[in-house]
Design a protein around this ligand. Structure first.
Ligand code: TYD
Ligand code: MG
Length: 459
């Protein structure tokens, strides 16, 4: 007899309860319990018990006896993707790619599939969202054809598992995890339990058979991957594919990576016939800069291992009534009032009755302290209505006493500025240490914010 039972599952930690609760007893978060219907009777229960433990039978062993092998990596033709993955795709790894609908996840993965197929690897592209014909149409648009690329429209994971045993692919794409279901789990596709169990099953398949699996995950309105947070803990790598729908640039960012750094970002452009890599991101971020405007400063910021030049804009305007407003886009909001307080106290600028808007142009997010000085210079430049020089680049962390502190990887940053034709770099004096810098670039070492303002704005 088939029985229906309602239960509530926490989207953060997967805690299950027979009744709804505002606060999850498992992890303490609020309002994360969602209702799920479980149908029992027809289906076997607990079939997943094997999937978590069984795959990794292991005995304790002295650490000295364990052999290390360098994780073999397979390169795709997209250098940006290889870098974000930490140097290529690791065999047997599970990679989750999240992003808004229509941002280009399927396009990216189909392109990658064909590149891998052209290198002689067997690739199985499983689509639960589009028919085979739709996938073929996309492939034609991208001029893709390879006999090693198998497309497969299926959502039943048991069937998929059987097909994998027959096909023996080296790579699998699951587009998307929210459409997959396992017949042993009775809740609907896309529900917390289905997403969790399907991912566990895919992990088991990938790890035991040495197959690299890419999973597409949809993003909820709040911007996290739909389904339990657990999903992100289970997989090896979590990538987000971001960008504005109305812009053609797309940013691929690692937020978790067991095989590499999480600061890396890859930049692509969505063209008419597929995604193309952007080799020099600094150029696109500076493309629309209006030269000689007040409140605009360029900083060389590190995105992972790569320096990127970005424009920081500030607009300071008198508060018309009430409390002054402070707004920040692309940087930590708290840096703005902090740097304004430093300018007020250490430089004597009267900013208390001014609204301040600070923005990183081009839609990037920066979160390293080396951008402090550029923010401060932008604010001062807008406040005094005095433009900065278009060929200046400003780098440095600012301390609470108004001192400018040393930053990491200064040589790479300066090199990038030199490459794009910047003539002067204002940087922490402690970073200089007898270093002259590349030819054609004047390095100006400063030890305080007021020295930096003197160098950048002339007073
Ligand atoms: P898609 O890969 O389907 O997005 P997702 O899988 O993340 O939902 O991307 C669809 C969008 O990309 C759609 O608006 C059309 C556009 N597009 C191009 O501009 N050029 C192309 O070559 C392709 C295939 C799609
Ligand atoms: Mg898609």
């Amino acid at each position: 007899m088939v029985k229906r039972k309602t239960k509530f599952v926490c989207q953060e930690c997967g805690y299950e309860s027979p009744k709804w609760m505002g606060k999850c007893p498992g992890c303490g978060t609020w309002n994360k319990m969602v209702e799920e219907v479980e149908v029992t009777g027809g289906a076997r229960k607990g079939a997943f018990a094997h999937s978590q433990g069984g795959a990794f039978i292991s005995k304790p062993a002295p650490i000295t006896t364990i052999e290390t092998v360098n994780e073999p990596r397979i390169q795709t033709d997209l250098k940006e993707l290889n870098r974000v993955l930490g140097g290529g795709v690791v065999k047997g790894s599970l990679v989750l790619i999240g992003g808004d609908p229509g941002i280009g996840k399927s396009t990216l993965l189909l392109q990658v599939s064909s590149q891998l197929a052209n290198k002689g690897h067997q690739v199985l592209y499983i689509s639960g969202e589009e028919s085979l014909r739709q996938t073929k149409l996309r492939a034609e648009r991208l001029s893709i054809s390879s006999d090693n690329l198998l497309v497969y429209a299926e959502t039943n994971l048991e069937e998929i598992n059987r097909t994998i045993d027959g096909v023996k692919p080296a790579f699998i794409i699951i587009d998307s995890i929210q459409t997959m279901f396992h017949p042993d789990v009775t809740s609907a596709p896309g529900s917390v339990s289905q997403v969790r169990e399907c991912t566990a099953e895919l992990m088991r398949i990938g790890k035991t058979k040495g197959i690299a699996i890419f999973i597409v995950g949809h993003v909820t309105k709040e911007g996290s991957i739909a389904g339990p947070r657990l999903l992100e803990h289970m997989v090896d790598t979590v990538l987000y594919f971001e960008g504005e729908r109305h812009h053609t640039y797309r940013i691929l960012r690692a937020v978790k990576n067991r095989f590499g750094s999480t600061n890396e970002m890859g930049i692509f452009e969505m063209k008419e016939f597929g995604l193309e890599e952007v080799e020099n991101p600094s150029e696109i971020f500076l493309e629309e800069r209006s030269q000689g405007a007040a409140g605009s400063t360029v900083v060389a910021s590190m995105e992972g291992t790569r320096p990127v030049l970005v424009e920081i804009q500030a607009l300071i305007a008198p508060t018309s009534f009430g409390n002054p407003r402070r707004m920040a886009t692309g940087i930590d909001y708290n840096r703005v009032p902090l740097l304004m307080a430093v300018l007020e106290k250490r430089v004597g600028m009267l900013l208390a009755n001014q609204d301040a808007y600070v923005k990183v142009a081009g839609g990037v997010k920066l979160d390293e302290p080396a951008i402090d000085l550029a923010i401060a210079v932008s604010i001062a430049s807008s406040f005094r209505d005095q433009p900065t020089r278009p060929t200046d680049c400003v780098i440095g962390e600012v301390g609470l006493t108004g001192e400018v502190r040393r930053v990491s990887r200064i040589e790479q940053r300066v090199q990038e500025a030199a490459k794009l034709g910047f003539e002067r770099v204002i940087l922490p004096v402690n970073n200089l240490g007898g270093w002259k810098g590349p030819k054609g670039v004047e390095l100006i070492g400063v030890s305080s914010v007021s020295e930096a303002l003197k160098a950048a704005l002339g007073r």
